[in-house]
Design a protein. Structure first.
Length: 224
């Protein structure tokens, strides 16, 4: 059962929360299950878990109907790829409790007003750490806080997550026109915007072979 279970695993892994009443899973991945599981339990017990499907099942069948299972241990760089594999194998989005079909993505998912209200209530009264306050003030003053994107400095050859993400995007967009992806009005806007950005500008090459566009001239029209 989930309640009262002891988790000491601090190795990157893909895990599943199974509902014994339905046999359906919620699949996720983490670098430290000993901190990730308590986060799930806290949100489920307070009624504001990000997966509405999992929250409904939790409310209906109760905490003792859920059990935790580690599906696989893997290197941290392969977590998202292996999570996607298990999500597809279990059909965790269509038949299970995952709220999005792609591992690590919340695109297209909109939380209900009730969930937002519960999250807001749960966060009230919490104080931000001094480090967070310091970084926020530095960010407001335009200083570098030291926070960088996870993919900065990485390539498809050195990071499997970046390669997998690029492959998913390319397969999703393959053979589709801009109108099919963005809609006619948005595609027309993007083409016009790109035309305005590139008009009259030349490439400026650096000694290493890299290049960038020369600065926009004052006479050029502003962006839309």
């Amino acid at each position: 059962m989930v309640r009262g279970c002891s988790v000491s695993n601090k190795m990157p892994c893909v895990y599943a929360l199974f509902c014994k009443a339905t046999g359906l899973p919620y699949i996720g991945s983490t670098v430290d299950l000993s901190t990730r599981l308590p986060t799930h339990l806290k949100r489920l017990r307070e009624g504001w878990h990000h997966s509405r499907k999992l929250q409904r099942a939790w409310n209906k069948y109760g905490e003792y109907s859920f059990c935790l299972s580690v599906l696989e241990f893997c290197p941290e760089g392969q977590l998202q790829e292996r999570e996607q594999f298990h999500m597809d194998a279990w059909e965790a989005y269509r038949c299970g409790y995952n709220c999005t079909p792609i591992a690590g993505s919340t695109r297209g998912y909109v939380q209900s007003e009730e969930t937002r209200a519960k999250k807001s209530l749960a966060m009230k009264g919490r104080k931000q750490s001094p480090l967070h306050v310091q970084r926020r003030s530095q960010s407001m003053m335009g200083k570098n806080t030291g926070n960088v994107a996870w993919c900065r400095g990485k390539t498809k050859e050195t990071d499997s997550r970046l390669a997998a993400a690029g492959l998913k995007v390319s397969l999703k967009l393959k053979g589709r026109t801009a109108e099919e992806i963005f809609g006619a009005e948005r595609a027309k806007w993007k083409r016009e915007n790109q035309r305005l950005v590139l008009t009259g500008r030349k490439r400026v090459y650096a000694p290493d072979g890299s290049w960038k566009l020369e600065p926009r001239k004052e006479s050029q029209p502003p962006l839309i």
